[in-house]
Design a protein. Sequence first.
Length: 420
Amino acid sequence: MKKSYFKKIILILILIIIGIYFIPAPKATFSELYSINDKYSKSLKEFQAKPTKEVTVNGIKWIYYTGGKGAKTILFLHGMGGAYDLWWQQVAEFEKDYNVITYTLPEEINTLEKASNGILKILETEKIDHFYAVGTSMGGYITQYLVSIIPERIEKAVFGNTFPPNNLIEKENATKSKVIPYFPEILISKLATKKINNELVPTAKNNKLLKAFLPSLPFSKKQFINRYYIVIDKFTINPSKYPIKRIPKLIIESDNDPLIQPELRKNIKELYKDAEVYTFHNEGHFPYINASKEFNKVLRNFLNKKNEFLEIEKTITNYFEGRKNANIKQLQSAFSTNASLYTSIDGNEIVIPLTAYLNKVKTDGFQEVKTVILDGDITGSIANFKTKFIYSKKSYTDYLILLSTLNGWKISSKTFTQTN
């Protein structure tokens, strides 16, 4: 009798444990958590009422929003706990004069490659070739990955409150990552809520908007675990390579960010030495939410700046195309009036006036040649670029010195040599 009784007790306990394990995390809407009817809540409700779009990639449905009127596109990439509406304040500001896209990463996605496949499908669907990438936290990490695989398509990149490829996050969370998959979803949700209330909100000056918005974001255990796998997914990036170097970059950080260790903040700035850096003071991990006015101003100022690499590339394109097609007017437009060309033959220095070079191009006529920019550096109003002309039986390497003038960037000197 006692044995049967204990069996029933054990069975009931098992059923209770199973029941607790499968209890979903409690959900609350922003409206339930934020009773203030101010401009922030109004703008969020207006944004969430707008229609979203869907695209399916490898059987997985992606939800995204696109709007705006501008010729340039900004792609906003949310963080580990976010969704497409995380950026509502930026969308409201920038869709006035930009085309904007923001998406929700599906909970099934667990690698950088899968994340990029979905993002690229959205861009393909919307017929977007070149774009500005603005990412925060996990989204900032994905942005770096996109820079590494499709640098030619990214015009500018923003790495907000994020980290570079590293081993630190995985090392510090080694134990947690092993046991959390066995936790019930409701427990993981409670731990996340505790972190929001004890760390994330206090470091954002106890911002009421943030305190209500973060718990209202969609959450599932599967989403939490798979996004962690993205955060620790490794890739290699070499910012010194020209295709990546030519992309203007902005690192946004907060001096009291509770989620990005100081070491990682230091490491990302060391990795992208050419990046601009803007530091928020005492605004925590989500300055685009609780300090949106300042964030939007910083972002707009960055996007409005000229990309001098692109300006120089226009000049070099005129040089390339003018030489190839023997278009003297186009070729001449790339050079300063006082430009000269330099080379050496049998150890003897040769100086060629620009007029002599133009006359030779005119005489030689059209050339079947492949051209490429190998590298380039800009310092203030001067630049040094390395280019190559590849003919069928020979090639030439050029070192071009360019100056910024009232008429744009001009080649002031060209030093060249035959390389095979």
